[in-house]
Design a protein around this ligand. Structure first.
Ligand SMILES: Cc1cc2nc3c(=O)[nH]c(=O)nc-3n(C[C@H](O)[C@H](O)[C@H](O)COP(=O)(O)OP(=O)(O)OC[C@H]3O[C@@H](n4cnc5c(N)ncnc54)[C@H](O)[C@@H]3O)c2cc1C
Length: 385
C-alpha cells in the first residue's frame, strides 16, 4: 500500500494549483456572484487540455488515471466549484463515449471534445424522474434511418454548450425489466426540435448553466445511437455515473479544503478577548476535526479512484467516496462559516459561496440516500452464504 502520489501525479497537481491561483481565484467571487459565464477560464482550460481528461490519447485526450482525475476536480473546486462543474458532466460523457461508442462515433466526436472546441453534458433527469432513472419518459421512436425524440429534461448542466448532448430515452416501452428499453442518443445542437429552455434558478453553482431541455419531435439519425445497439443506455449511463461520482467526491474535498484554509487564515487574523480566536480551544477542536475528516474523504476518494484504475467493479466504492466527501464538504463549509462569525455570512468573503455550493455535492450524480442504497446492495451481494 502506497499513499504517495507518483511524480507525474504531483506535477499534474502543481500545474493545476498554479492555474487555479492565477486564473480562477482572482475572479471567482465577483464572477460567481454576478452569475457571469467564465468564458476566459474555459478558454484557458482548453489550452491545458482539461476537456480531454477522460479521453484516450489516441483521440487527442490526456487519458489521465482516475486518481489524477479526482485531483483535478479537487484543485479546481478549491478555487470555484462551478468551474469544476463545467468539466464534470463533460468528462463523464466523454468517458462514456470512449467506452461505449462505436469506432465511427469516437472518431467523429472525441478529438474535438478533447480540444474543447466541442463540449458536452448529460441529459438524464426529467421533471418526473431523477433517482428512478428507469422511469424516464423521453421517447425515441425509430422511423427509417432516424429516431423521432420527444420529451423534457431538466437541470441539464452545460446544456447551452453541449454538442452533442447524450440523452437517455425510451426506445422500447414494453421492455421488462424497464432498463432494457432504455438507450442513449447523441443529439447534435443543430437538430431541429432540440430546444434549450429556461435556466433553473439556483442557490449556488452559479456560472455554469443548468437548463430545461425540450425535444419536440427532434429527428436524430439512427447512427447517433450510442454504441449502435438499443437497450444499452441504462448500463452505459450507470457506469459513467461512477466516473461522475469520483469527480463529485473530488469537488467535495476541494470545497472542504478551501473552507478549512479560510478558517485557518481567519482564526489567525481575528482577535477576540485579546487573542487570536485560533488560540481558543473550541476553535482548535473544530479545525482539528475538519482536517481529519477532509483527509479521510481525500483518501477514500483516491482509494475508490485507484480501484477503478485497477479495473474493479466500483459502484460501492465510488458511492462511499461521494457520500462521505460530500457530507464533509457540507460540514466544513458550515463550521468554517461559524468560525468566521458574522463575516462568514458576508458576500465579501469566500466562505458564503462554499456554503452555497456544498449541498449540491449531496444531490448531483445521485443523492446521498441513493449512495447508501448502492452501498447496502453491495453489502448484501458480498455477504457470504
Ligand atoms: C444544480 C444541478 C445540476 C444538475 N445537473 C444535472 C445534469 O447535468 N444532468 C442530469 O441528468 N441531471 C442533473 N441534475 C439532476 C440531479 O442528478 C437530480 O436532481 C438527482 O439525481 C435527484 O433526482 P431528483 O431531483 O429527481 O430527486 P428525487 O429522485 O425525486 O428524490 C427526492 C428525495 O427522495 C429520495 N429518494 C428517492 N428514491 C429513493 C430511494 N430508493 N431510497 C431512498 N431515498 C430515495 C432522494 O434521496 C431525495 O431525498 C442536476 C441537479 C442540480 C440541482
Amino acid at each position: 500500500m502506497d499513499f504517495e502520489l507518483s511524480e507525474e501525479q504531483q506535477a499534474f497537481r502543481k500545474a493545476l494549483q498554479t492555474f487555479v491561483r492565477e486564473q480562477i481565484t482572482p475572479v471567482a467571487r465577483e464572477w460567481e456572484q454576478a452569475g457571469r459565464y467564465p468564458t476566459e477560464i474555459v478558454e484557458a482550460m482548453k489550452t491545458l487540455g482539461l476537456f480531454g481528461l477522460t479521453i484516450p490519447e489516441a483521440y487527442g485526450g490526456l487519458e489521465v488515471d482516475m486518481v489524477s482525475y479526482a485531483i483535478a476536480f479537487e484543485e479546481i473546486a478549491k478555487g470555484w466549484m462551478g468551474i469544476a462543474g463545467i468539466l464534470g458532466s463533460h468528462s463523464l460523457s466523454c468517458w462514456m463515449l470512449g467506452r461505449y461508442g462505436t469506432e465511427a462515433q469516437r472518431r467523429r466526436w472525441l478529438p474535438e471534445l478533447a480540444a474543447g472546441t466541442r463540449r458536452t453534458g448529460i441529459a438524464l433527469t426529467e421533471p418526473g424522474a431523477g433517482s428512478d432513472l428507469q422511469a424516464v419518459q423521453t421517447r425515441a421512436v425509430r422511423q427509417g434511418d432516424h429516431y423521432v425524440l420527444r420529451g423534457t429534461k431538466i437541470w441539464i448542466t452545460n446544456a447551452r454548450h453541449a454538442n452533442p448532448l447524450p440523452v437517455l430515452c425510451v426506445t422500447d416501452p414494453a421492455a421488462q425489466p424497464r432498463h432494457r428499453g432504455l438507450s442513449v442518443l447523441m443529439v447534435e445542437a443543430s437538430t431541429p426540435g432540440f430546444v434549450v429552455g429556461r435556466d433553473m434558478g439556483k442557490l449556488g453553482y452559479r456560472g455554469p448553466e443548468s437548463c430545461e431541455v425540450v425535444f419536440d419531435d427532434a429527428h436524430v439519425p439512427a447512427e447517433d445511437l450510442l454504441g449502435g445497439e438499443e437497450g444499452q443506455g441504462f448500463k452505459q449511463v450507470v457506469s459513467a455515473l461512477e466516473v461522475g461520482r469520483l469527480n463529485v467526491a473530488g469537488r467535495s474535498v476541494g470545497i472542504a479544503q478551501a473552507a478549512l484554509e479560510a478558517a485557518l487564515r481567519y482564526s489567525r487574523e481575528r482577535k477576540a478577548f485579546g487573542q487570536p480566536i485560533g488560540e481558543f480551544q473550541a476553535v482548535q477542536l473544530k479545525l482539528a476535526d475538519l482536517a481529519t475528516q477532509i483527509q479521510a474523504a481525500r483518501l477514500l476518494t483516491w482509494w475508490a479512484a485507484s480501484r477503478k484504475d485497477a479495473g474493479h467493479r466500483t459502484d460501492a466504492e465510488t458511492a462511499m467516496a461521494k457520500l462521505f466527501a460530500s457530507e464533509v464538504a457540507i460540514r466544513a463549509s458550515l463550521d468554517s462559516m461559524r468560525i468566521h462569525g458574522g463575516y462568514g455570512y458576508s458576500t465579501e468573503f469566500e466562505i458564503e459561496r462554499l456554503y452555497r455550493d456544498a449541498p449540491l455535492m449531496a444531490i448531483g450524480e445521485g443523492t446521498n440516500d441513493i449512495m447508501r442504497v448502492l452501498i447496502a446492495r453491495a453489502l448484501a451481494r458480498e455477504l457470504p452464504g
